[in-house]
Design a protein around this ligand. Structure first.
Ligand SMILES: N[C@@H](CCC(=O)N[C@@H](CS)C(=O)NCC(=O)O)C(=O)O
Length: 85
């Protein structure tokens, strides 16, 4: 299974939506809560240059974007392959 990572903040509805989508796909993911900033926020900005919002979803290190991007990819039929489904 690919490694799925998601950067989130507390109280972020798009983050909940993205996690719900991943949960529906049945994939495990690592969540990094960057509500308080810190090194994980810096890491996100390094891995996803220009990221202005959360969530940010990465699969095997590839940045897929936020919820809108990931759900659009799913509608286009491209998400399952990225997730190894
Ligand atoms: N189109 C983006 C919208 C994400 C978004 O607006 N996220 C909000 C939180 S729910 C955000 O990051 N706001 C700026 C901030 O919290 O620094 C997506 O679908 O992921």
């Amino acid at each position: 299974m690919p490694r799925v990572e998601i950067y989130t903040k507390w109280g972020c509805p798009y983050c909940v939506a993205a996690k719900t989508l991943l949960d529906k796909k049945g994939v495990a993911y690592e969540e990094y809560d960057i509500t308080m900033g810190g090194p994980k926020r810096a890491e996100m900005l390094e891995r996803v240059p220009g990221a202005r919002t959360v969530p940010q979803v990465l699969v095997d290190g590839e940045a897929l974007g936020g919820f809108d991007d990931v759900s659009a990819l799913d509608r286009q039929g491209g998400l399952d392959a990225k997730l190894g489904l």
